[in-house]
Design a protein around this ligand. Structure first.
Ligand SMILES: [Zn+2]
Length: 418
């Protein structure tokens, strides 16, 4: 078999393996949740009402159904772009229009992203105004949704185009080791975005007001002093503008570090519970989870870029994925797009490893919170969070293995109690 045909066959086989695995996982999750819908699990019998339990089950099932449509759409799009010739056609079209050069490459990538976004739009709309609405979580108005989308597009272009142009330029002019320079540029860029996110990007979408509750602020400051941690400030975010889901998080690097509470969370938890949730977040910092995850992602992007450096030199990588490489001009944008299209098919099969690591981090953060604040408050806060977000108490174990970044409620509460 010639290498180009082997590439096409490999794509078909890996895509099929992806689809079958995802179908199997989704089927398991749906059956498992549906089977346990009638009764609240014994351990939660006194804390969770049957109503709340069934709402969580129905919400999980509704999301699983959309997940199936999403999966099918992704597969069709992938085939459309590659073997059915979509990317090749778009490349020819933009070449005829603009001629070869950096402008054409940028337009190719941007139009690729816009077309994908447009095709996915109905499903995104359905998620917000169909499912989230039906389960009482949606607070987004159509006007806010449109303004979010336009702002997101603008931020994406302003932040994305310069780094894209830089990477394409390095691919074209950096010689055999361009991927090493591109990696350095991407790492620096990622750190820059993390640094400006809390002050520049996030305020475009949400309002952040300093936390005014003085008792809570005192307790939180005391807790942070005990943990030897300093943050620039405590902020409340108007998350309720868009959704009733609640959360708390740390953001920013270096001097821009801050703690953000959703207003929805403040409305739900008492002071003890807030402190416990914050202690959990501090646990992530104490154990350097964010740094560890960042280093892993940097290592993976280095490997990925080295692989792309090699693949972009192979004619079969293009022809096997339905694209005729340009003979007299750069193929960098094509290589980049083909790589980004096909990489998730492979990384899906290692996602259980990263998910397991993330769940281990959650246990460590819980243990830290138990040691530094109040175990009972942490338990009741978690229950409220699971209930607020209608997370099912009875997920399928295999589904958890592949997809859950947080351990199921039962496991976390069991460990907290112990
Ligand atoms: Zn956590």
């Amino acid at each position: 078999m010639n290498p180009s045909l082997s590439m096409s066959v490999a794509l078909a086989v890996v895509l099929l393996a992806n689809l079958l695995t995802k179908l199997w996982l989704s089927g398991r999750q749906v059956r498992h949740v549906a089977q346990h819908r009638q009764a609240v699990p014994a351990t939660f019998a006194h804390t969770i009402s049957l109503d709340a339990h069934q709402k969580a089950a129905d919400y999980t099932l509704a999301k699983a159904r959309v997940g199936l449509i999403d999966m099918a759409l992704d597969a069709v799009l992938l085939m459309g772009w590659t073997l059915l010739g979509g990317l090749d056609a778009l490349n020819q079209l933009t070449l005829n229009w603009l001629g070869a050069g950096m402008t054409q490459q940028l337009v190719l990538v941007v139009s690729f992203a816009l077309i994908g976004g447009l095709i996915g739009l109905p499903l995104t709309l359905y998620q917000t105004f169909g499912i989230e609405q039906r389960f009482g979580f949606n607070n987004t108005t159509p006007a806010l949704w449109v303004s979010d989308m336009l702002k997101g597009l603008l931020v994406g272009l302003v932040l994305g185009l310069p780094i894209l142009a830089l990477v394409l330029w390095l691919m074209d002019t950096g010689g055999a080791t361009w991927w090493l320079y591109a990696w350095g540029a991407l790492v620096a860029y990622q750190l820059l975005v993390m640094w400006i996110a809390p002050n520049v990007i996030m305020p475009l979408f949400n309002k952040f007001t300093p936390l005014e509750d003085n008792t809570l602020k005192e307790r939180v400051t005391a807790l942070m002093n005990r943990a030897g941690f300093t943050a620039k400030g405590f902020f409340v975010m108007d998350g309720s503008r868009r959704s009733a889901h609640s959360n708390a998080f740390f953001t920013g690097v270096g001097s821009a570090k801050r703690v953000v509470f959703f207003d929805t969370l403040l409305a739900q938890l008492n002071a003890d519970e807030m402190e416990a949730v914050l202690a959990h977040e501090l646990g992530h910092f104490k154990h350097r989870h964010i740094l560890k995850m960042m280093l892993t992602s940097f290592a993976f992007s280095l490997g990925g870029l080295a692989l792309l450096g090699w693949l972009s030199q192979q004619v079969w990588f293009y022809t096997g994925l339905g694209v005729s490489p340009n003979l007299n001009s750069s193929n960098s944008a094509l290589a980049l797009l083909l790589f980004m299209l096909t990489l998730p098919l492979v990384t899906f099969f290692v996602s259980p490893l990263s998910a397991r690591r993330s769940r281990r981090f959650e246990f460590e953060a819980d243990a830290y919170a138990v040691a530094n604040s109040n175990a009972q408050a942490l338990g009741s806060a978690l229950l409220k969070l699971y209930q607020d977000n209608a997370s099912t108490l009875t997920p399928d174990p295999w589904f958890v293995t592949f997809y859950y970044s947080h351990p199921p409620a039962s496991q976390r509460l069991e460990r907290i109690a112990a």
